[in-house]
Design a protein around this ligand. Structure first.
Ligand code: EPU
Length: 421
């Protein structure tokens, strides 16, 4: 089992550039199925989830080249015979193949994406989307996500502002001739990115960045070249690493307005930083007494992202007083508390969605595991300020979502090595 070994206590200094967004790259790669022509996608993060998505697409018959963060991909026809079903079960985002598949080929036949470590996470919203579009569910003996029949243009009112649910609806509608209106759509930056990509393919998605999307579907879409937006979750994670270690770092490739709620929370806590152009400078907060937060509430965009809740909670363990965290989305998102406690943190889960964090606490090294992608990032942040050595196991989660995380931290002065077993 591969591990990260971290020696805490070294302030980070220097410059770091963030990679392309995982949650934008995955649906964009899936959306390339909407055309038989070649697509070229730049700024694709070289992470495990990208490789999983590319393997799934290759299993369907796509011809793929992936070099230096650029993917060239073309899918002339599909064939399920070589589809690596087991792999699809491992990554919930495999459900993103459904929208383009049903729109272009009139059938989806995927293993059921199921739940995951974050909680039950049913796919009822996706089911709702395909049923609303008029595709028929095929019930079999195996738990499969199986729909038949090309979608029809309709008005969909989403039952919740699901990110991948909205992406599936937009992808399916973009190749469905006629007008589809999607109300209560999600508007996360990665949802916007896939809509812009579809428009580059000759699609007509209007209302991008709002909760109402109008898609004028085409009979055919063409190949396109596109650059994936930068990863705002990585920006937040590096910003926190700089702040926690009392260092001074400048983060590049930043789109500030993706993180308005995050910057507000930092201001409230008393952290000094400067936003300019496409970068953010984290100034040393070594001598500053950080204030606790009355309430950190995760929310849909532009609210505070649930994916930054675990990393931000590490900062709250260093703030003076008691902070209250309300995790609105996922019931499994405090799972890392058991690990954080091993490092000396004073964190208490009140309910599945509410927690109290008391600070400041001195953290110490321990053997901890990554419970999921973002909880893994939180463990790294905690280890950077812990006294002594921390061993982080289950780092395959971290590698699913962050490109060259340990290398980038090392370049900033962190003492982190990967131990390969
Ligand atoms: N939900 C349902 N039924 C569904 C789908 C979702 O009940 O069919 C519930 C979930 O249980 C949750 C909420 O709806 O309470 C949000 O789920 P959403 O559908 O928006 O999440 P998702 O599309 O499955 C994406 C990201 C997640 C991120 C969430 C929330 C991708 C590939 N994944 O998931 O990213 O946490 O939106 O913003 O875009 C991560 O990157 O580590 C990650 C988990």
């Amino acid at each position: 089992m591969n591990q990260f070994i971290v020696e805490g206590g070294f302030p980070l200094k220097g410059n770091v550039s963030v990679s392309g967004s995982k949650n934008a790259a995955l649906p964009i790669l899936a959306a390339t199925l909407l055309t038989a022509e070649q697509c070229t996608i730049h700024n694709v993060p070289d992470i495990r989830d990208t490789h999983t998505m590319l393997e799934l697409l290759a299993g369907l018959g796509s011809k793929i080249e992936f070099e230096k963060n650029t993917v060239k991909i073309q899918t002339k026809s599909i064939n399920y015979k070589k589809f690596p079903g087991q792999l699809a079960c491992k990554m919930r985002a495999s459900v993103l193949l459904a929208g383009p598949l049903v729109a272009r080929f009139g059938e989806i036949k995927l293993p059921y994406p199921g739940g995951c470590v974050l909680g039950a996470r049913p796919v009822d919203t996706h089911d709702f989307v395909f049923k609303s579009l008029g595709s028929k569910e095929v019930k079999g003996k195996m738990p499969e996500f199986h729909y038949k029949g090309k979608p029809k243009p309709v008005a969909i009112i989403m039952p919740e502002m699901s990110v991948t649910g909205t992406e599936n609806a937009v992808m399916a509608a973009s190749l469905t001739h006629g007008q589809t209106k999607i109300s209560l759509a999600a508007l996360e930056p990665h949802v916007q990115d896939v809509c812009h990509f579809i428009n580059k393919m000759g699609g007509h998605v209007e209302g991008i960045g709002t909760h109402t999307l109008t898609v004028n579907g085409e009979k055919k879409l063409h190949g396109a070249e596109y650059t994936v937006t930068s990863d705002y979750l990585e920006v937040g994670t590096f910003a926190l690493a700089g702040i926690l270690t009392g260092g001074e770092i400048t983060i590049h490739n930043v789109q500030h307005d993706h993180l308005d709620a995050f910057w507000n929370a930092l201001r409230e806590i008393g952290v000094p930083f400067e936003l300019s152009g496409t970068s953010v400078k984290i100034k040393s907060s070594k001598k500053i007494k950080l204030k606790s937060l009355k309430r950190l509430q995760t929310n849909i965009f532009p609210g505070f992202p649930t994916d930054l809740q675990p990393p931000f909670t590490i900062l709250l363990t260093q703030a003076n007083g008691q902070s209250y965290v309300h995790e609105a989305l996922f019931e499994g998102r405090f799972s890392y508390f058991s690990e954080l406690k091993k490092m000396g943190a004073n964190v208490k889960r009140i309910t599945e969605h509410q927690a109290l964090i008391n600070g400041p606490t001195k953290l110490h090294g321990a053997r901890v595991k990554s419970c999921d992608i973002r909880a893994g990032a939180a463990m790294i942040l905690a280890s950077l300020i812990a006294k002594g050595k921390t061993t982080i196991t289950d780092i395959q989660y971290i590698e699913r979502g962050y490109e060259r995380m340990a290398e980038k931290l090392r370049e900033l002065g962190a003492h982190i090595i990967k131990k390969v077993d």
